[in-house]
Each structure stands twice: as structure tokens, then as C-alpha cells.
Design a protein around this ligand. Structure first.
Ligand SMILES: [Zn+2]
Length: 211
């Protein structure tokens, strides 16, 4: 919660904003204390929501960077420029605070970093802090997840070939419910079940496998 509150205190982390810059410095400084290697990869985002062109940055904290067998954990550190799902019309033109949506996943990853440093895992681990993920237009999936798309597009240059990854978001609600993720269910049903089994045993909140 401390990591979540510190991010929210910067204000909405909309690409191009002062809060966005401050959060980038905050995340990078925290990771440099524990990761074996911290790298950043910049890309240009033309926001489908606002039309603004900004420089975004994916931050990658690597543990055991020399290892070929790797997994990753990812979260997005940007927050949405417009609260377009807000019921109140006036609020719809404002940015979302991004406490649960964005900051919660980043907080988990920031908490994980020192634990990985203290307990070196048997595989290489990358923590991905993706930028520009939540600036898309509903109904147009290609306008979302710009940071993930930039990571994937650069994979032939960076050699990023993880065995699997876990994306963490929306995990700080009051009554958290965990659902199977549809693409994972289709492509890797065994992995999805393994993850939900662990969640059921170890985390507060409910697992709902009915959808
Ligand atoms: Zn999100």
C-alpha cells in the first residue's frame, strides 16, 4: 500500500505530465537499489484518447540477466488520461487516479524487487513496467497496450524470449475477485489453473472460475 500511495500522491500518471516524469524517476530509483540491471526503452505514443504525442518509457528490471531461461512479471505504470467510464459527465473529462488501475500492479512489482534480490530465483526474472498501456479507445484494442506492443516489436533486437509472464493489474480493490483470463485459458489452460490454484491458497479475495 505504501508503494501504491506514493504513486497516487504524484497525481495521475498521464504520459507527458509532470507526475508521469516524477513516477518514472521514482520507479527507476527504487529498482536500482535491488535489481541486477535496470534498463529503459523509449517509444513514441500518439494517444488515441487525447491526440497528444509523447515519449513513453518501458522500464525493465532484470534479475540474473545472463540467464537464458526467463520469466517476467509486468504491470503498467501509466494511468488513463480520461475517466470515460465515469457515470458523472464532468468527471469523464478528467484523468483517473489510477490507484487500483495501474498503481496496484506496480506496487506489487516494486515490493517483489527486493525479495528477488534477497532470494535469487532459479530462473532469470524480468520485472516490466510498461508505459502507454491504458490510453486506448474502447472497442479498438490496437490503440491499447502501446508499451507491450513496443516490447514485442523490439524482441528481435533485445532477445527478449521469456517462457511465460504474469501481468498484474487491478489487485487492490476492497473485494478482489480473480477471474481466468480468456486468452490464457485458450492458449495455456494448465498455466491458468496453476496460477489460480496458487491465488486461491495464498491471497485474500475470491477466485471465480465460472467465466
Ligand atoms: Zn490497467
Amino acid at each position: 500500500m505504501k508503494y501504491l500511495e506514493e504513486q497516487v500522491a504524484f497525481g495521475p500518471r498521464v504520459p507527458g505530465s509532470d507526475a508521469h516524469q516524477k513516477t518514472l524517476a521514482y520507479i527507476t530509483a527504487a529498482l536500482e537499489e535491488s535489481a541486477d540491471r535496470v534498463t529503459g526503452r523509449d517509444f513514441t505514443l500518439v494517444s488515441a484518447l487525447t491526440g497528444d504525442t509523447t515519449v513513453c518509457r518501458n522500464v525493465i528490471a532484470s534479475f540474473g540477466p545472463e540467464r537464458k531461461d526467463r520469466i517476467f512479471f509486468a504491470a503498467h505504470w501509466d494511468s488513463r488520461a480520461l475517466a470515460d467510464r465515469e457515470g458523472d459527465g464532468a468527471k469523464r473529462m478528467k484523468p483517473v487516479p489510477g490507484a487500483n488501475d495501474g498503481a496496484s500492479g506496480v506496487a506489487i512489482l516494486l515490493a517483489l524487487a527486493p525479495l528477488l534480490a534477497e532470494n535469487p530465483p532459479p530462473v532469470g526474472v524480468d520485472l516490466l513496467f510498461l508505459d502507454g498501456e491504458d490510453q486506448g479507445v474502447p472497442g479498438d484494442p490496437a490503440t491499447f497496450c502501446a508499451g507491450s506492443q513496443a516490447m514485442a516489436a523490439a524482441a528481435s533486437i533485445t532477445g527478449f524470449r521469456p517462457a511465460w509472464g504474469l501481468v498484474i493489474d487491478l489487485v487492490a480493490g476492497k473485494r478482489v475477485k480473480y477471474y481466468p483470463e480468456e486468452h490464457t485459458v485458450r492458449l495455456y489452460p494448465g498455466l491458468m489453473n496453476t496460477v489460480l490454484d496458487i491465488v486461491e491458497k495464498k491471497l485474500p479475495g475470491d477466485v471465480d472460475r465460472s467465466r
